[in-house]
Design a binder for this molecule. Sequence first.
Ligand SMILES: [Fe+2]
Ligand SMILES: [Fe+2]
Length: 186
Amino acid sequence: MAATRDQAWDTLTKYTSSESLLRHALAVEASTAAYARKFGEDEEQWRIAALLHDFDYEMHPTLDKHPQDGAPILREEGYPEEIIETVLSHAEHLSLPRDTPLKKALFACDELSGFVHACALVRPSGLAGLEPKSVRKKLKQPSFAAGVNRDDVYKGAEELGVELDDHIRTVVAALKPISTELGLPA
Ligand SMILES: [Fe+2]
Ligand SMILES: [Fe+2]
């Protein structure tokens, strides 16, 4: 039986109550889904992988457990191995190959969607009019959204084979329709 987006949302919310983690999941989901449409891939499966990628973070907030200790739970819940492998592959410390378009897209969207979200939060207009140039400028300010690993942002775009500016535009456009859910001006 194929997994559904609703099932992934149920799994995510069963293990996650933090609003910021739920917003992160939604942002990564929207961005990854935009690439599924761009590449003509299975959007629902891509959404599921994105929603689940940090599903265990609240109970496993350290890298000796996240995301590897979450994998058996996903297996128990019946998710396909491809989804589980994708979830595991977003973690740099596991050094797993990102050998599918979905794995590359998830990794590329993980840090950048958080960063774009942070950029929008400090702007009165939110995502409206947010240009790649200003996102890139903020990437060069280490103190801004310091938790976002810049190397992963650049590496993600490179592995996915997209120009950083195009990648930023895709993520901004993907997040716009869910502005309200992300706590941004609509
Ligand atoms: Fe993670
Ligand atoms: Fe993440």
